[in-house]
Structure formats: C-alpha cells, structure tokens
Design a protein around this ligand. Structure first.
Ligand code: ADP
Length: 320
C-alpha cells in the first residue's frame, strides 16, 4: 500500500494526536503517503480529506483532543453512508484506513472491512471499554486527571468530616471508577459490573465513622446512575448530608500522560506496518505489555470487555 488515510471518531481522548502523529511519521518513514480525514465518518462521507505532511503533526504529541476533530455520525451505520465513504476514499486514491476511536468507531471500521475496504482500528477512548485490549489511548491520562481532583476533594472532605459521592465517566464500564477508587483510597467504589445495595453502602459509611474515619468518599461510575440520584437514595436512609461532585468533561481534556503518548505511538506505527503489508480488517490492542493484532470482525462478534474486578475486591480489603 502506498497511500493510507487516518481519522478519529466518537468521543475524543488525550493521546489521539500522538497516534495520528505516529501514523504520519511512520508512513513517511516507510515511503507511504497519509491523508487525514476531518470530523470522523461525517468528514469521510463529505470528502473532507487532505494530505498530511510531517509538519502538520509537529508540536502535536503533547496536545489533548484531536486536531482532525471528531463527530458523531449515526448515518454511517447505513449502506448508503458506507458506500459513499468508500467512494470518497477511492477518489483520493486511499487504499487503507486507520480508525482511531471507541466501540462505535470500530463498528464503522468493521462495516468498511466487510465491504472489502481494509481498515485498522486503534483503541482510543478514555473509558477503556474496548474488547481485546488491556488499555485504550486516553485512559491513563483520564484516571490521573480524576485522581488529581479526588486528592483535592479528600482534603476538604477530611476537614469537614463529610460524605462525598464523586461521579466519574466510563459509559457502561467501571474501569475509571475502579482505578481511581483504588488510587485515591476511596472508601467505596460503585460500578455497573457489580451493582450495589444502598443499605450496605449506608452501613459502610456508619462503620467507617465508628472506626474514626474522618470522611467517606464513594466513587460512582456514571453507568450505574447519576451522582445526585445516588446521593438522594443515601440521604433517604440516614442524615448523611451527602455532597456530590460530578466531574464531567474535565475528565476528557488535558495533555496526555507519558504512558498514553507511548501507547499511541506504538499503536500508530503498528497500524502502518499492518497496512504496508496490505492487511486490513484488524484492530490493535496491548495485552501483557505487547502490541497485538486481532481480526476486527472476530473481536467485535466474539469478545467483550471486562474491567479488572480484582481491583474491586482489593479495595474492599484495604479501604476500611
Ligand atoms: P465511540 O467510537 O467513542 O464509541 P460512537 O459510539 O459515537 O463513539 O461512534 C462513533 C461513530 O462511529 C458514530 O458516530 C458513527 O459515525 C460510527 N458508528 C457507530 N456505530 C456504527 C455502526 N454500527 N456501523 C457503522 N458506523 C458506526
């Protein structure tokens, strides 16, 4: 393959720019050309495509977000959208496509692959909710951002002897809550994979107080329910005067951590290797610290993501 395309799609994640940079630089190193597609699948269908040079990706490795922009474009689930997308790729002479994004973006790459257009999926989402990989680009940055906020909340929670519920992102997955819960020394972690019993949560808070704990911090994954709704349930049981913090979109932004930049660079370069060999229809992952290549159809059809639930058990053992 001589000419490839790259796009970012779905929710943006810190480290996406580092991945695009690696795709461009590695491709140029291999004597290939790279075209950037703006606004994900929306831009693909609209033909919003341009050649990327070495300089276009300069000064990008440290920036959050994605300079190719992202978009939600549900129409790409239709045959018409997909055929139009392939037509645009062919119009620009693009022979293979790197898709950086989450689960939904992978579905688009899967659809193109099934129609005979070679794609490589790179897992990029703060939620870490993609099958076939231990980590996704953006997850490490996000948990560090959340941790920074949790440390600040802990200072004030301790000073006033309060119960805090902190709602964190993650969509349907509990990864962000599990990692930041353990890292911050939170008293309780509530994730969709486990569920909860509100009376047990209340009992734990009371027990903590009896043991002399100055605060109670509960990390709630957004996939369970909203923080305010959860706090209302707790306050209905006892007079906890629960304080709620919904961290929201601060969790998405910021400069990527070293780990995310390295991971993004490894994934970007590997995607080029794969396409150079003329392969497609795959997605990349990191498993036991090794970059791996999997069949995208097989991965989406047969694999599911499960967070590391050992962290849940660990937190129960060491948080009280
Ligand atoms: P993420 O990639 O972060 O999971 P979304 O779920 O919003 O984010 O998906 C990103 C984009 O991928 C969608 O806006 C759409 O353009 C495309 N997409 C999602 N599902 C499909 C599908 N079933 N078939 C084709 N394209 C899809």
């Amino acid at each position: 393959m001589k000419r490839i395309g790259v796009l970012t799609s779905g929710g943006d994640a810190p480290g996406m720019n580092a991945a695009i940079r690696a795709v461009v630089r590695k491709a140029l190193h291999e004597g290939m050309e790279v075209y950037g597609v703006n606004y994900g699948y929306a831009g693909l269908v609209a033909g919003d495509i341009r050649k990327l040079t070495r300089r276009d990706v300069g000064d990008m490795i440290q920036r959050g977000g994605t300079f190719l922009y992202s978009a939600r474009y549900p129409q790409f689930a239709t045959e018409e959208g997909q055929l139009k997308g392939i037509e645009q790729l062919k119009r620009f002479g693009i022979e293979g496509l790197v898709v950086i994004g989450g689960d939904g973006s992978y579905r688009g790459a899967y659809a193109l692959t099934k129609r005979g257009f070679p794609c490589v999926g790179i897992p990029g989402t703060i939620d870490n909710d993609i099958a076939g990989t231990d980590y996704t680009i953006g997850f490490d940055t996000t948990i560090n951002t959340v941790l920074d906020a949790l440390d600040r909340i802990r200072d004030t929670a301790t000073s006033h002897v309060r119960t805090f519920v902190i709602e964190v992102m993650g969509r349907d997955a509990g990864d962000i809550a599990l990692w930041t819960g353990v890292a911050s020394g939170a008293e309780q972690i509530i994730v969709p994979e486990k569920g909860f019993d509100i009376t047990e949560v209340a009992d734990n808070i009371r027990e903590g107080k009896e043991k002399g704990k100055k605060h109670s911090i509960i990390i709630l994954a957004e996939g369970v329910m909203g923080g305010n709704e959860f706090a209302e349930k707790l306050d209905a049981i006892d007079n906890f005067h629960v304080r709620v913090t919904v961290l929201g979109h601060v969790q998405r932004g910021g400069s990527p951590t070293a780990r995310d930049r390295v991971l993004a660079s490894q994934f970007g370069a590997k995607a080029v290797d794969v396409l150079k060999e003329g392969k497609g229809g795959v997605c990349l992952g990191i498993v036991n610290e090794k970059i791996i290549v999997r069949d995208i159809v097989e991965t989406l059809d047969n694999m599911t993501h499960t967070p590391n639930m050992d962290l849940f058990k660990l937190n129960e053992e060491i948080s009280n």
